[in-house]
Structures are given as structure tokens and as C-alpha cells.
Design a protein around this ligand. Structure first.
Ligand SMILES: Nc1ncnc2c1ncn2[C@@H]1O[C@H](COP(=O)(O)OP(=O)(O)OP(=O)(O)O)[C@@H](O)[C@H]1O
Ligand SMILES: [Mg+2]
Length: 345
């Protein structure tokens, strides 16, 4: 835009300044010759640190205006016109200020959106990690202690009993120990699953493959993963949510569906990324399950909505279940870290 003011408008130098912290001002974009000169800097400082809304120096033909972001002064737009054009410069600057204000406001909204997304998703991941650790350090350690006591009790009781009775009691202790081992393994699996940070640390495709492979290894269900499109540019929050959706859908297929096959499909386009998990199991009444007080599906629905996405759960008795989560892909059209200077010689 600054370049246009120089090429097509009445300015021969334009610069845009902000005050990232008190006492410091910074030129964020410029066009034209000597657009970042001391005079421009002083004018910008007067606007950003003083109370004036306008700088107008007829001697040097430098004019500066404040660019507000909502109702706060956010930047200073300074321009030097060719002498014969100084009257027209005011009109051009006023138009440019309006456009820049909108730009800064939407930029800020964008940043806030990113911040909110990060905070919300990482807070729920942190809660899960904490829960996984609590489970590991609390109930799992109790189970280990309980198993020791059970072994001791078994030895003590056996020594007090006649042979045939001792054999029956030993069988009973074997059952109890086996149940304790299964309980220990079950809780360890849960603890591991909820503490899993693999969705953050590795590409989503790899994280999903680990889940699918684990299901295949368990042997009851044949699981397949397909990936279409480029899924490399997803945010950490998006990767976590996609991973959690698949994790829950696979866990449900394993626990409830009696399915023999599950297909996981990750698809990405320029505007959306979606993941579909489809099983050929018994199906269920989705509306009733939503009010069952169980947390799995409710949790993933909330996570998907948090990122502005959509989730569909389709299921029918005997017809299997399909869970599909779609997230909007949004990324900046421009790179905010890239300087936008356009100084013409
Ligand atoms: N793929 C599926 N096939 C058959 N029934 C399912 C399937 N997914 C969910 N259900 C039914 O919906 C109910 C709710 O699922 P949800 O994941 O919310 O809870 P859950 O799996 O029972 O417990 P958790 O809170 O540990 O996830 C399940 O109890 C089950 O009856
Ligand atoms: Mg579940």
C-alpha cells in the first residue's frame, strides 16, 4: 500500500511506525527515498508519544497521521509529498489510514484467535497429562503394594491349611492375582494413552499410524490408515485434536463395536483438514449415547468445536459407525515476521 502511495499517489516517501514498547519506536514498513529519515522518525515519535493526532509541516511537506487500532493510537503514517502535491496528500493519507486501521484490527483478532486456541487446547492437554501422572503415581502404586500383600497372605494362609484345602485356596489366590495383573495392565494402558504427547511431538500422520498399528497388533480388528493431501502445516492444537478424535474412535470401536475392520482416513485440502474413522461393528443410538453421561465422545466433540470445527457421528444398528471431524485450516496470507520494506531508489 505504501508503495502505491509513492508510485501512483502524491507521496515521494512514506513510512509506517509503531511503538512496540514505551520509549521505543520502530519503522515497520516504508517506500520511497529517505522514508526512514530523522525527520520522519521525529514526526512519528511526536504522534505516538504526544497527544497530537496530526503532524503537518508546510516547510518540508511532511505530513503524519495516527493510525488507530480500535480506539487506541497504534501506528503513525508519515509521508512527504512533492511540493505541488501537498494538498492532495491529506486525502490519500486519510484513505490509507482507514485501510490500515482495518488491517491492524483483523491482524490483532487473528493473533488473539491463535492465542486462545493455544491456551485452551494446551490447558486440556495439561490436565490430561496430570491425570495420567496421578494415575501412575497413585492407584498404580497401590496396586503394586496390594499385589505384594496378596502374595504374603497367600503364603501365610497356605501354611495354615490342610493340603486339599490349601490347593483350593491357592486356586482362588491365582484368580485374584490374575485379576490384579489385568487391572494393573488396564490402568497402565490408560495412563499411557492420556499422557501420550506423541501428537505434539511428531507429524500427525505418524502419531495416527502408531495408534492404528497398536490396534492391529491386538489382533481382533483389522485397521487401515489412509492419508490424502498435505498435512504438514497443521498447528499443534489441530494435530492434538485430530489425534484425540482418532484415539477415542478407535478405543470405542475396540471396546463397544465388535467390528472386524476399521478405516481411518486423514484428508487435507487448502481450506479443511478432516479425519474419518469408520468401523463395521454393531452401531449404536447416537442421541442416547450423548446423554449417557459417558465422557469419551462428549470430550472429542468439545475439542473439535474449540477449534471452530465440526464433528459428525453417524451410526445405525448393524450398520457400523462413522465419526468424522473437520477442522478449518487457517493460515496467514502473509508472513508477519517478514519485513515489508519497499524502498525505491
Ligand atoms: N463405535 C462404536 N460402536 C458401538 N457403540 C459405540 C461406539 N462408539 C460409542 N458407542 C456407544 O456410545 C457410548 C458412549 O461412548 P463414549 O465414548 O462417550 O463413552 P465410553 O466409551 O462408554 O466411555 P469413555 O468415557 O471411557 O469413552 C458407549 O458406551 C457405547 O455404548
Ligand atoms: Mg469411549
Amino acid at each position: 500500500m505504501l508503495q502505491l502511495l509513492v508510485e501512483l499517489g502524491p507521496a515521494d516517501a512514506v513510512s509506517l511506525w509503531t511503538a512496540p514498547m514505551p520509549g521505543r519506536i520502530e519503522c515497520v514498513a516504508s517506500a520511497g527515498e529517505a522514508a526512514t529519515s530523522r525527520r520522519h522518525r521525529l514526526s512519528a515519535r511526536a504522534l505516538l508519544e504526544g497527544s497530537e493526532g496530526l503532524v503537518d509541516d508546510p516547510a518540508t511537506h511532511v505530513r503524519g497521521v495516527v493510525v488507530p487500532r480500535w480506539d487506541v493510537s497504534y501506528a503513525a503514517l508519515i509521508a512527504r509529498s512533492r511540493p505541488e502535491m501537498s494538498a492532495r496528500l491529506a486525502v490519500y493519507l486519510s484513505e490509507a489510514t482507514t485501510a490500515l486501521s482495518r488491517l491492524f484490527e483483523s491482524e490483532r483478532l487473528f493473533e488473539r484467535n491463535e492465542e486462545v486456541e493455544r491456551v485452551l487446547v494446551s490447558a486440556s492437554e495439561r490436565r490430561l497429562t496430570r491425570l495420567g501422572c496421578d494415575l501412575h503415581d497413585g492407584p498404580l502404586q497401590d496396586i503394586v503394594a496390594l499385589a505384594d500383600e496378596l502374595r504374603l497372605a497367600r503364603a501365610q494362609v497356605s501354611s495354615l491349611l490342610e493340603d486339599d484345602l490349601a490347593a483350593r485356596v491357592r486356586g482362588r489366590f491365582d484368580d485374584l492375582e490374575a485379576r490384579l495383573v489385568a487391572l494393573d495392565q488396564g490402568l497402565r494402558d490408560i495412563s499411557q494413552a492420556i499422557r501420550s504427547t506423541s501428537a505434539v511431538e511428531r507429524p500427525v500422520e505418524d502419531a495416527l499410524r502408531v495408534e492404528v498399528d497398536a490396534l492391529n497388533r491386538a489382533g481382533l480388528i483389522r485397521a487401515q490408515l489412509t492419508v490424502n493431501g498435505d498435512v504438514s502445516g497443521l498447528t499443534a492444537s489441530q494435530r492434538i485434536v485430530l489425534f484425540r478424535v482418532v484415539q477415542e474412535a478407535l478405543s470405542n470401536a475396540r471396546k463397544h463395536s465388535g467390528a472386524t475392520q476399521v478405516r481411518v482416513r486423514l484428508r487435507s485440502s487448502a481450506r479443511y483438514v478432516s479425519v474419518t474413522v469408520k468401523d463395521d461393528g454393531c452401531g449404536f443410538d447416537v442421541a442416547a449415547a450423548r446423554h449417557s453421561g459417558r465422557l469419551g465422545l462428549t470430550g472429542v466433540i468439545e475439542r473439535v468445536r474449540l477449534l471452530g470445527g465440526d464433528i459428525e457421528i453417524e451410526s445405525s444398528a448393524g450398520g457400523g459407525t462413522r465419526v468424522r471431524a473437520t477442522l478449518p485450516r487457517w493460515s496467514r496470507a502473509t508472513d508477519p515476521t517478514e519485513p515489508v520494506y519497499a524502498v525505491t531508489a
